[in-house]
Write a protein that binds this ligand. Structure first.
Ligand SMILES: Cc1cc2nc3c(=O)[nH]c(=O)nc-3n(C[C@H](O)[C@H](O)[C@H](O)COP(=O)(O)OP(=O)(O)OC[C@H]3O[C@@H](n4cnc5c(N)ncnc54)[C@H](O)[C@@H]3O)c2cc1C
Length: 310
C-alpha cells in the first residue's frame, strides 16, 4: 500500500483531524466536488440532471458510528422516510445502507429488524436496498444479514470487495441465491494476511470476479451484477465481456460515485448500460472523504489548490 494512501486511511480514523477539517471552509469547498450537500434534499436535487443522461441514483447518508440503539433507530427511520420521498417525487433512486449505522455492532437482532423493515417497505414501493460492506471484521455478519433478509425479500443486494482473498468464495456462495452483488475494489485498510496489498492484484481479481458474476449460471440464478468502479480499463473490459457473451449492454450495470468520471458515466449510459450514481450526503463526511482522497492521492492537490484560493 502506498505511503500516501496509508496516511490518508490512518487520518480518516483520527478524531482530531476530523474536528480540524470540518471547521475549515477550504476543506468543505473541496468536499463539494464529491457531495452535492449535507441533506437528503441536496441529494435528491441531483436527480433531474442525472435523469436527462439516463442515469439513476443510489442514496447513502454518511453517519457517525452509532453508540446507542436510539441512533440506529433514527437512521432506519431516516431511510424509511427517504424511500417515501423517492416515491413521492417519482425519482429513480435506490438506497444503500451501512449495517453498523443500523446497530450491527451493538444489537445484531435490531439491525436485522431494521434492514428487514427497509426491504419490506422498499418491496412495497418497488425499490431496492443495497447493503454496504465495511471493514473485514464485519463481512461474516453482513453476509449473514443479507442472507436472512433475502429469505423474505428478494430486493436486497450486498457489496463485495475484490481486495479480500475470501471474496472469491463469497461470490460462489452468493451466486446460486440470485442475490444482487455490487462488486467494488475495497476502500478500507486491511492487513496483507487477508487482502491483496498490490493494486495490480486487486485489479486482476476484480476482473476475474466480474466475469464470474456475468457468467450464464449467475444470470440464470437471477443475480443482479453491479460493477462499482471508476477504473476505465475495467469498465471497458466488463462491457466487452458482456458483448462477447452475446448479451445486451443493459445486462452490465455500473454504479459510480457522484462527481467522479462524469464523462464515463454518460458514455456508459449512452452505450445502453444501466448506470447509477451513488450520492452521499450528511454532516459526518470526514472519514468518507479521506477514503476518497486515499483512492486517488492526486485529489489532495484539489484540496491544496482550494487552500490557496481561500
Ligand atoms: C457505487 C460504489 C459503491 C461503493 N461501496 C463500497 C462499499 O460498500 N465498501 C467498500 O469498501 N468500498 C466501496 N466503494 C469504494 C471502492 O471500494 C473503491 O475504493 C473506489 O471505488 C475506488 O476504486 P476504483 O474501482 O474506482 O478504482 P481505482 O483504481 O481506485 O481508480 C480508477 C480510476 O478512477 C478514478 N478515481 C477513483 N477514485 C477516485 C476519486 N476518489 N477521485 C477522483 N477520481 C477517482 C481515477 O481516475 C482512477 O485512476 C464503492 C464504490 C462505488 C463506486
Amino acid at each position: 500500500m502506498g505511503l500516501m494512501r496509508s496516511l490518508l486511511l490512518a487520518g480518516s480514523e483520527s478524531r482530531w483531524l476530523r474536528a480540524q477539517a470540518t471547521r475549515r471552509v477550504f476543506v468543505r469547498r473541496a468536499v463539494s466536488r464529491f457531495m452535492p450537500g449535507e441533506t437528503l434534499e441536496d441529494a435528491l436535487g441531483t436527480a433531474p440532471a442525472m435523469e436527462r443522461d439516463g442515469i439513476g441514483l443510489v442514496l447513502t447518508r454518511l453517519g457517525e458510528s452509532v453508540t446507542d440503539l436510539g441512533e440506529a433507530d433514527a437512521v432506519a427511520a431516516h431511510y424509511l422516510d427517504a424511500l417515501e420521498r423517492i416515491r413521492a417525487g417519482g425519482i429513480n433512486a435506490e438506497i444503500s445502507v451501512k449495517p453498523t449505522k443500523l446497530g450491527l455492532d451493538i444489537d445484531p437482532q435490531r439491525c436485522l429488524a431494521h434492514v428487514r423493515a427497509l426491504a419490506a417497505r422498499a418491496a412495497a414501493l418497488r425499490n431496492f436496498v443495497w447493503i454496504d460492506m465495511e471493514q473485514s471484521r464485519y463481512v461474516d455478519a453482513t453476509l449473514d444479514l443479507t442472507r436472512r433478509v433475502r429469505a423474505e425479500h428478494a430486493n436486497v443486494g450486498v457489496c463485495l470487495q475484490a481486495y479480500l482473498f475470501r471474496t472469491a468464495q463469497d461470490v460462489e456462495r452468493l451466486l446460486p441465491t440470485g442475490a444482487g452483488v455490487r462488486l467494488v475494489k475495497g476502500a478500507y485498510r486491511e492487513p496483507a494476511e487477508i487482502a491483496f496489498p498490490r493494486k495490480s492484484d486487486v485489479d486482476g481479481r476484480y476482473l476475474t470476479l466480474a466475469r464470474r458474476l456475468l457468467a450464464d449460471d449467475a444470470r440464470r440464478a437471477g443475480v443482479r451484477a453491479v460493477f462499482g468502479t471508476h477504473d476505465t480499463r475495467l469498465l471497458r473490459a466488463i462491457a466487452d465481456e458482456t458483448s462477447a457473451l452475446g448479451r445486451p449492454p443493459r445486462d452490465a450495470e455500473f454504479h459510480l460515485l457522484y462527481g467522479i468520471q462524469r464523462g464515463e458515466q454518460q458514455r456508459l449510459a449512452r452505450a445502453g448500460h444501466r448506470v447509477r450514481v451513488l450520492v452521499s450526503y450528511g454532516s459526518y463526511w470526514f472519514p468518507w472523504y479521506m477514503r476518497r482522497l486515499a483512492e486517488r492521492p492526486a485529489n489532495v492537490l484539489f484540496v491544496a489548490r482550494s487552500l490557496f484560493r481561500s
